[in-house]
Design a protein around this ligand. Structure first.
Ligand code: NAD
Length: 274
């Protein structure tokens, strides 16, 4: 599906990262990959991972809050490969104190930081990457249901994801004439380093297991395979889209986000709460 294609993956922190699930799926389909890291500790972890599982991949530093890092990343890619086929952006950040509590208390600086790293960085990455996509290309980012509806405690990150999903549509419009597609995967909750900072994560996982049509949570591998599809020619007619990989949770017409107890009971076939 991806043989002969070259892609950059931003956001591998460790083997549980969604970005790693995406990278492995793309590599299984024949893609050649470059990774980024943030800080020395992550550099060591990601180097070890790629040496053992995806040898031959490239690795570059990139703090997406810094335009000069993004420019230098894609200039290194241009030196190494000349052109580029796809980018997977799997990066987000908000201060822990802004996840949980009242959204109305979010300070201006924390709001701007979350929107900068989690949404604007996608625009900056798309701009630099698109210069190398001379034969067209595909760009994918990661969102969550909290962009569409209020998910208590997700707070500023929900607002950042709403902005990110709007960026996907505007970027798809801008870059479409160059044959560059821009899409988004809205993943269900998955245990990762970042998601461990979200209060009530276990509760969110339990709710999906209980209420989602598939009655189970999704995996990094499943998100990875859908992302591989989105960066491949199999999805050639799709752009500006948000595809949910969430066991179908988003189709529910009610909120099942109450605290543990009766309100979360799923009716049995006779309509009784179980
Ligand atoms: P993760 O912690 O494995 O990955 C987050 C990555 O963002 C890390 O590699 C981190 O270094 C990187 N990052 C943060 N600030 C950065 C910066 N300034 N410059 C460069 N990189 C930076 O967690 P994850 O859950 O795999 O998250 C990946 C993406 O998936 C995020 O956008 C997240 O919001 C999204 N997502 C996660 C879930 C979930 O439940 N885990 C669900 C839906 C969407």
């Amino acid at each position: 599906m991806l043989s002969g294609k070259r892609g950059v993956v931003l956001g591998v922190a460790n083997e549980r990262s969604i970005a790693w699930g995406c990278a492995k799926a793309c590599a299984e389909h024949g893609a050649c990959l470059a990774f980024t890291y943030l800080g020395d500790a992550q550099k060591k972890r990601v180097s070890r991972l790629i040496e053992s599982e995806l040898p031959g991949s490239l690795l570059f530093p990139c703090d997406v809050a810094r335009d000069e890092d993004i420019i230098s990343l894609f200039s290194s890619i241009a030196d190494a490969w000349g052109t580029l086929d796809f980018v997977i952006h799997s990066v987000a950040f908000a201060h822990r104190e802004d996840l949980g509590g009242a959204f109305v208390k979010t300070p201006r600086s924390n709001f701007l930081l979350a929107l900068d790293i989690s949404a604007y960085s996608f625009v900056a990455v798309a701009r630099e990457a698109s210069r190398l996509m001379t034969q067209g290309g595909a760009i994918v980012t990661m969102s969550y249901f909290g962009a569409e509806k209020v998910v208590p405690r997700y707070n500023v990150m929900g607002v950042a994801k709403a902005a990110l999903e709007a960026c996907v549509r505007y970027l798809a419009y801008d870059l479409g004439p160059a044959g560059i597609r821009v899409n988004c995967v809205s993943a269900g909750p998955i245990r990762t380093l970042s998601s461990s900072a979200i209060p009530g994560m276990k509760h969110m996982l339990d709710i999906v297991e209980k209420w989602a049509p598939l009655q189970r949570n999704v995996t990094q591998e499943e998100v990875g395979r859908t992302t591989a599809f989105l960066v491949s020619d199999l999805s050639a007619g799709i752009t500006g889209e948000v595809i949910h990989v969430d066991s179908g949770y988003n189709i529910l017409g009610f909120t099942a986000l109450g605290e543990e107890g009766k309100e979360n009971a799923r009716p049995d076939e006779n309509g009784a709460a179980s």
